[in-house]
Design a protein around this ligand. Structure first.
Ligand SMILES: Nc1ncnc2c1ncn2[C@@H]1O[C@H](COP(=O)(O)OP(=O)(O)O)[C@@H](O)[C@H]1O
Ligand SMILES: [Mg+2]
Length: 357
């Protein structure tokens, strides 16, 4: 395996030079030993090098050259057939054997490569599984425990007034919903890590997408007396992206702005059509919350990173939202970045390719 690794580390040019030098050496050895067939096996060494490092076609060509030179060398070292066709036959047999080996070497290499890729993928699956288990034991056990306690309260106490039973049931429903959300984001993020995202290319009306998300969060914002301002520099800010993924990105960023802002603050959402068509459509989401500390800044887009800001209204927090946002935006050939000073709020900027007119 180590020999194969060293072979793989050679560049194409050095492989070619080494193989040609080896071929000359083997031809000289073949000439010197006369009709000793044990030398024949040595021809496979340069063929292996080229099959491994350069590819099937160059290796086949090399095999042909080696087979022809081999028969010439045999003739010089005394091989004497009465019929010319016998030379052709011997050359063809050599070429056939060399080609069969070339094919096997290339096949072995591609099998090894796909095994390595599978191994890497398994490692990744294992990592995701471990993170999943860590998260599940930590974040699913607590709410499940609460559900258990509430249910046990009803079971053990049949004299509970109906109003209190309804209150407890309401809490159970809320906790279950949070658990559903958590499991859902865990599954999405695990799937995102393991599979290619299915990303469509369509004309996405950013104003429509942003308005629908703002509408969705209007009650949550009202509860905290947060004012959402929507600004735009054009009625038509159209990106070349995937509508559903864009909604998911906006959902995460706007819900964060609401989740981490203290009451009575402002949130600005700006949609900017670029001045030059080759530039990107820009979506800015700015809040007046706690922003990111210097420590936070190292982990903003990491998976499961719950940072110093905590939800101000008892919302659930998984630390998967921004990780998801980055993956989704990159899948749409866009960029996402942020600007923030501790205590000064956070500004998230998403850039997406602009749709052709
Ligand atoms: N707008 C924001 N202002 C301050 N901190 C934020 C903001 N958005 C996210 N964060 C911090 O980053 C962490 C990760 O965010 P996210 O991945 O969306 O997870 P979640 O919303 O589930 O906590 C949050 O837990 C929070 O500490
Ligand atoms: Mg979030």
């Amino acid at each position: 395996m180590n020999i194969l690794k060293s072979i793989s580390s050679l560049s194409k040019t050095s492989t070619m030079v080494i193989s040609l030098l080896l071929l000359i050496l083997i031809l000289i050895l073949d000439y010197a030993t006369g009709k000793d067939i044990s030398v024949s096996i040595l021809y496979l060494i340069p063929i292996l090098l080229i099959s491994w490092n350069i590819g099937f076609l160059p290796a086949i060509l090399f095999s042909l050259v080696a087979a022809v030179l081999k028969i010439y060398t045999d003739i010089w070292s005394g091989l004497n057939y009465t019929n010319f066709l016998l030379y052709v036959w011997e050359c063809s047999v050599d070429f056939g054997i060399f080609s069969a080996f070339t094919f096997s070497f290339v096949k072995i290499k591609s099998t090894l490569k796909s095994l390595e890729e599978k191994n890497e993928q398994l490692h990744k699956v294992n990592e995701v599984k471990n993170e999943f288990l860590g998260m599940a034991s930590h974040d699913l056990k607590n709410p499940l425990n609460n559900i258990y306690n509430f249910a046990a309260m009803i079971e053990e106490n049949d004299s509970l007034p109906p109003k209190q039973v309804t209150q407890i049931a309401h809490r159970i429903v809320n906790i279950s919903l949070q658990m559903f959300q958590l499991i859902d984001s865990l599954i999405t993020s695990a799937a995102m890590e393991l599979e290619e995202l299915n990303c469509k290319n369509e004309r996405v009306d950013i104003l429509l997408a942003a308005s629908s998300i703002i509408q969705q969060f209007s009650v949550a914002a009202e509860k905290k007396s947060l004012k959402i301002h929507l600004e735009k520099n054009s009625e038509k800010v159209i990106a070349d992206a995937d509508y559903d993924l864009t909604l998911q990105v906006l959902d995460n960023l706007i819900s964060n702005a609401i989740k981490f802002s203290p009451p009575n603050k402002n949130i600005w959402i700006k949609l900017l059509k670029p001045a030059k068509p080759q530039n990107k459509v820009r979506i800015e989401i700015k809040d007046e919350g706690p922003g990111f500390s210097e420590d936070d800044k190292l982990k903003v887009f990491n998976r499961f990173s719950r940072l110093s800001a905590r939800p101000t209204g008892g919302e659930s927090s998984t630390g998967l939202g921004l990780f998801t946002v980055k993956k989704l935006v990159e899948a749409m050939n866009g960029n996402v970045f942020y600007q923030s000073e501790p205590g000064e709020g956070a500004l998230f900027i998403v850039e997406l390719p602009m749709a052709k007119l």
